[in-house]
Design a protein around this ligand. Structure first.
Ligand SMILES: [Zn+2]
Length: 103
């Protein structure tokens, strides 16, 4: 991958992570609880709370940060097929191709 693009995506992921984390921290402080005391959701469910969705999103961002610059980057986590670069530029935390369900 083009190093300049990789750097741009890394910055994008970092900024998104900070934004999601800030929102999550604000919600948790209202609940008088912390990240450590809340269980991470294993799967996406219709009844998920905003906090659960943010936690899951944060996990996706963190996973994408680990994949960026490795062989796994841009590959679907389920089928191993390519994820389009246009999709990755828009949503670099995307871990599945268009044919595979996310999670
Ligand atoms: Zn796939």
């Amino acid at each position: 991958m083009d190093p300049a693009l990789q750097q741009r995506l890394r910055t994008h992921l970092g900024q998104k992570g900070i934004a999601v984390n800030a929102e999550l921290t604000a919600l948790l402080s209202k609940q008088n609880t912390t990240l450590a005391t809340l269980k991470l959701p294993q799967e996406r469910k219709p009844g998920m709370t905003r906090i659960e969705r943010l936690q899951l999103f944060l996990t996706h961002i963190s996973d994408a940060q680990k994949r960026l610059g490795t062989e796994a980057w841009g590959r679907c986590a389920t089928c191993g097929g390519p994820i389009s670069e246009a999709v990755l530029i828009e949503t670099p935390w995307q871990s599945h191709c268009a044919s595979c369900p996310d999670d």
